[in-house]
Design a protein around this ligand. Sequence first.
Ligand SMILES: Cc1cc2nc3c(=O)[nH]c(=O)nc-3n(C[C@H](O)[C@H](O)[C@H](O)COP(=O)(O)OP(=O)(O)OC[C@H]3O[C@@H](n4cnc5c(N)ncnc54)[C@H](O)[C@@H]3O)c2cc1C
Length: 427
Amino acid sequence: MTTAQPQPPTPHHVVIVGAGFGGLEAAFGLPGAPVRITLIDRRNHHLFQPLLYQVATASLATSEIAWPIRYLMRDRPDVTTLFATVSGVDAANKRVLLEDGEALGYDTLVLATGARHAYFGHDEWEPFAPGLKTLEDATTLRRRILVAFERAERETDAARRAALLTFVIVGAGPTGVELAGTIAELAKDTLPPDFRNIDTQKARVVLIEAGPRVLAGFADDLSAYAQASLETIGVEVVLGAPVTECAADHVVYGGKRLDTTTIIWAAGVRASPAAEWLNAEADRAGRLQVLPDLTVPGHPDIFAVGDTVMIEAWDGKPVPGIAPAAKQQGRYVASVIKARLRGDAPAPFRYRHAGSLAQIGKHKAVIDFGRIKLRGTLAWWIWGIAHIYFLIGLRNRISVAITWLWIHARDQRAARLITQGSSKVAR
Ligand SMILES: Cc1cc2nc3c(=O)[nH]c(=O)nc-3n(C[C@H](O)[C@H](O)[C@H](O)COP(=O)(O)OP(=O)(O)OC[C@H]3O[C@@H](n4cnc5c(N)ncnc54)[C@H](O)[C@@H]3O)c2cc1C
């Protein structure tokens, strides 16, 4: 007669949705913990969004700023990676619902699904004014920018050529400022020798902002410096002018119409639908309100981190939607999960702000560390070194450093590739 062998207890199952900065950091914080982890993402790669604008402006290649999630987790037998889209949460039965109809049980759930750009109730503008959030967005923008120059080269009508050579960026936060500065340099420094019928230096780059200054999150003097630097490289900065219409061939701002075929949206974000999945309270941008331990009210087994949440844990101010904040939250959640399994009660989440950085052009940046503020070439070097440091993997760090030195020395941007279509593609 055989006796039934006692089965080892099934380890606590942590499901992490989203392998962006927050989700990945939560997984990185759990090695050796008595858990098994399932990491779900609808993309197969982790993306370094702060350098996305460099792909959109033909400076870096896609593979320099993105890494397969499976590769990142190859040495972690405790992590199973799933390429799937989450469509909801069945909190009563502790299941994550997938778009293809399947469901996955969890003991602890971490929602780290980020945010997307928002059009302030004008979603119909999106086809004319695409935003920048994914690799596809970046290669689409790159195609639109490069195709505009190609079409201008063949255009004989002066007004149509001028519209093709007018690039409008809506929103003067860090992404808008970085895009405007780099497109201006592309037109003025990189492209001139390559074209015969047009003078790319005559291209207009117009940065439109509804608020009173560029880089509103930075100190006044840094934002004034950023504006002056943009104007020096030929960017036209328009302030206090909300955009009221975006179309295929024009934009309207502050009551004025400007003919353009390229509008880039860098204003406003909307959180992922995580709050809707849980029928939980959210702010106007759809960000889930979480408790000081980053759990969702009424759901002690569900955490939410990063751009999809709103929490006032920074001297009474909301934690900003930036990568270091998402990483700190992911790391904190990993520590809470481990503490709970040990039977400990963790301290509430506390955000530590390291500073804000923005690049303006090839040689200029601004850095706001609070008491210390830097601008100009020194800030640009610190900006570059910080971004290279935070990239994943030695190969990418070396590759990006060499590419930047090449751009710096020769004004050459090698990633000027029009992909996703032949010359028959209109835009
Ligand atoms: C263009 C741009 C420039 C930026 N520049 C800077 C900068 O210079 N410095 C800085 O600190 N921050 C910058 N940010 C902000 C920073 O990237 C975000 O704050 C950070 O990515 C937030 O991390 P997260 O983990 O919350 O979300 P994300 O990093 O966006 O990750 C979310 C993940 O969830 C996945 N996902 C979403 N929905 C689902 C679903 N339903 N099912 C499965 N998976 C899903 C996504 O595919 C993604 O991988 C920038 C952002 C953008 C868009």
